[in-house]
Design a protein around this ligand. Structure first.
Ligand code: C2E
Ligand code: CA
Ligand code: CA
Ligand code: CA
Length: 277
């Protein structure tokens, strides 16, 4: 049955204010979470196909709740991007990553840590300043940290991204294009920005053994990346079969549940750094 126009308006505005409430609610919750140290970092190993050994880890944020559940990053990162809270989150992630790295290095870990950045980070002057400050304390930092950025985030404000990426690249930081192939992006990014690595999105990896188009995209991405002197990470490796085929295609690095889910630091150490002890 038809609703009156007026009723539709009422519904619309009620929906709107409800969404606004949720939004404000989430902003406050994120702020409190930072103050109360509620966030945690998990680490997912990235494997090197050439030496069959761990190469590094992607740093992934987790927000555990009192009832033992988690608010997933997909649920709060987007809100944090809209409110600007992402800048605080990213700085927290970087500082915490450095702390964890010190422990990992003391146990013999020499790999890289891959930290996710958002558009807002790229556009913020304070982010570069923040990194410069950290470099004063530890000039070797750029050897251990790789920044992952999606094509979409690079494209949002290409000039800002370019300026920031060149500044950090001149300090020795490397950049990885996250979720490659999924956005409305342009291959010219690969020519215009200082990019060292491409991460092929797991949606292509998932289906490459059954869908000829996905196989073709993976194969072509590897070819293009290598021609541009970039190395490649295949995400979402869930089976031995995928591991083997990507190794045979000379994909340098692999990441996925087949190797390990993201782990808290202590579990990561147990699994990868306590060999033989
Ligand atoms: P992403 O950067 O593409 O990260 C990879 C996601 O894929 C992670 O989800 C990881 O747990 C998941 N994954 C890894 N291997 C497999 C696999 O074999 N199969 C499947 N199905 N999934 C796999 P997660 O941790 O839930 O993170 C989701 C997204 O949230 C990330 O996607 C990233 O965009 C964002 N995110 C996570 N942590 C941070 C952070 O510290 N900062 C920012 N800005 N974004 C973050
Ligand atoms: Ca990532
Ligand atoms: Ca990704
Ligand atoms: Ca993703």
């Amino acid at each position: 049955e038809a609703k009156s126009t007026q009723q539709l308006f009422v519904n619309y505005f009620e929906g709107l204010s409800e969404r606004a409430d949720n939004f404000l609610d989430m902003t406050t919750k994120i702020k409190n979470a930072l103050i109360n140290h509620e966030f945690e970092l998990y680490f997912q190993p990235i494997f090197c196909t050439r030496f069959d050994e761990i190469h590094g880890a992607e740093v992934l944020i987790r927000w555990p709740q009192k009832d033992g559940s988690f608010i997933t990053p997909d649920q709060f990162i987007k809100v944090a991007e809209r409110t600007g809270m992402i800048l605080n989150i990213t700085q927290w992630v970087v500082i915490e990553t450095i702390k964890n790295l010190q422990r990992l290095k003391s146990l013999g870990f020499t790999g890289t840590m891959h930290v996710n950045l958002s558009t807002r980070d790229l556009e913020s002057e304070s982010f570069v300043e923040f990194i410069e400050e950290l470099l004063k304390e530890d000039p070797t930092l750029s050897n251990y940290i790789v920044f992952e950025i999606t094509e979409g985030a690079m494209m949002t404000d290409l000039e800002a991204a370019r300026a920031m990426m060149y500044k950090l690249n001149s300090r020795g930081f490397e950049f990885s294009v996250d979720d490659f192939g999924t956005g409305f992006s342009s291959l010219s990014l690969l020519r215009e920005l200082p990019i060292n690595q491409i991460k092929i999105d797991r949606s292509f990896i998932n289906n490459m053994l059954t869908k000829i188009a996905d196989y073709a995209i993976v194969e072509s991405t590897l070819f293009l990346a290598h021609r541009l002197n970039c190395n490649v990470v295949a995400e979402g490796i869930e089976t031995k079969e995928l591991q083997e085929i990507l190794k045979s295609m000379n994909c340098e690095f692999l990441q996925g549940y087949y190797f390990s889910k993201p782990l808290p630091l202590e579990r990561f150490i147990e699994k990868y750094l306590n060999k033989g002890s």
